[in-house]
Design a protein. Structure first.
Length: 426
């Protein structure tokens, strides 16, 4: 077993929105092997190119202690492996552990006696010890907590947030034995300036992570449902929330399209495990149902508003402003706008998609439409502002109106303008 933190030789597996920031932070303190199975991703990072737009060339090139590789053999010199691969859901909204299990199997064929494997990927409580550890034991022929050890420290990365960077977000840590727990905690304290919280077990750390986003999801679902109710009553939801927020203990959640790799995914990991142990989680799934259907609701409301203004919806030209799951980031995974676009296509609307942060080829792959860089004036029957990118916040309402035909509908899903100025706000 590794007893001293200075003896840790670090490898980070997966260089996406979680792994790369982690690698860069550790790279300020020690040598790091930075591994990803995507050869193109490694070649780009070697040249100082981050397609996720989280880091620039200067930031990537100045750290000489980062060794980027896609070759598994290069991992053999490490004795501490941090796995940061994605954990999505499948089309049936069940956990898709394939990336996690593949990474675990790969590492199991490399680890040696005394090695430490730390997981950061979001999972359900018990996943590391019940699912990953048996794979590690099977292929390595080593015994858990005798020959190798595990830790879990769930990621808390916030893509596109320049204020709450990785070193400024408190980190939950855990280990498979008390000594390993201390070692994992000391390792992360190298880079986390606001400190850590050492959980008493891996299961507790796993559970803590998965309920963070479940709680947020449920709160947003409540506000989304209120928004639907108030819209039917012709009451401005934002005005109601502003009034309610004058009470000190009212929680300031906002309505909106819920997407991304966390809030729209993590609750399903918890409900999957709950069902496995014989409990049907009604409240959590009800919240998910509300949020999963917000895209359909928004699309139908747009069609209703167009019909009310006698705008022909078939072949109507609609501009969608914002395709990522949140503002000022390039991550399009599980974006809330996706269901809106699917529904509008069913009405045979002609869509222009615009996003200054999203990858052009990625958008084409998802929607079979290339995004436009600049909309034409006097062209659109409707404009939907779906993501509050800084570039969109700078636009005046008049500039947006200039993009529209004389008779048009403006849908402001991010409440950038007053309710009296637009046709619809959530």
């Amino acid at each position: 077993m590794i007893n001293k933190i200075k003896d840790l030789k670090l490898a980070i597996i997966g260089l996406g929105y979680v792994g790369l920031p982690l690698a860069l932070e550790f790279g300020k303190k020690r040598e790091v092997i930075c591994f990803d199975i995507n050869k193109k991703r490694i070649e780009e990072l070697d040249k100082g190119i981050d397609k996720n737009l989280e880091f620039n060339k200067k930031e990537l090139r100045k750290l000489k202690q980062l060794n980027f590789t896609y070759i598994e053999e290069d991992l053999k010199s490490a004795n501490c492996f941090i796995i940061t691969v994605p954990t999505p859901i499948d089309k049936f909204k069940r956990p898709n552990l394939s990336p996690l299990l593949n990474a675990t199997e790969m590492i199991s064929k490399i680890i040696k006696k005394g090695d430490l494997i730390i997981y950061e990927s979001t999972v359900y409580p018990g996943c590391v010890e019940e699912v990953c550890v048996p794979i590690l034991e099977k292929f390595s022929k080593l015994i858990f907590n005798k020959d190798f050890f595990c830790g879990y420290s769930p990621e808390r990365i916030n893509p596109g947030d320049s204020k709450h960077t990785i070193s400024k977000i408190k980190k939950v840590t855990s280990g498979s034995t008390p000594k390993i727990s201390d070692l994992v905690d000391k390792l992360y304290n190298e880079i986390i300036i606001v400190g850590t919280h050492k959980a008493s077990s891996i299961k507790i750390a796993e559970a803590a992570k998965v309920i963070e986003n479940t709680q947020r999801d449920l709160n947003i679902a409540l506000i989304n449902e209120l928004s639907i109710i108030f819209n039917k009553m012709n009451i401005d939801t934002q005005a109601v929330l502003e009034a309610a927020e004058t009470k000190w203990n009212f929680l300031p959640f906002k309505p909106g399209l819920v997407g991304g790799h966390c809030i729209g995914v993590d609750p399903y990991y918890l409900t999957y495990k709950a069902k496995k142990i014989g409990y049907f989680p009604r409240v959590i799934l009800a919240g998910r149902d509300v949020n999963d259907n917000m895209g359909n609701y928004v699309a139908l409301e747009l069609i209703k508003k167009m019909n009310a203004k006698k705008i022909q919806t078939k072949r109507a030209k609609i501009l969608i402003m914002g395709l990522t799951f949140k503002e000022n980031c390039s991550d399009t995974r599980n974006s809330g706008i996706q269901n809106v676009i699917v529904q509008l296509k069913k009405f045979q609307c002609h869509l222009d998609l615009q996003d200054p942060h999203a990858d052009r080829e990625e958008i084409k792959k998802i929607y079979d439409i290339y995004p436009i860089s600049k909309p034409n004036k006097s062209k659109y029957d409707a404009v939907m502002i779906s993501v509050a990118h800084n570039e969109f916040k700078k636009l005046s309402l008049q500039k947006i109106k200039n993009l529209c035909k004389k008779k048009h509908v403006i849908f402001d899903l991010k409440n950038l303008f007053n309710s009296s100025q637009v046709d619809f706000r959530l």
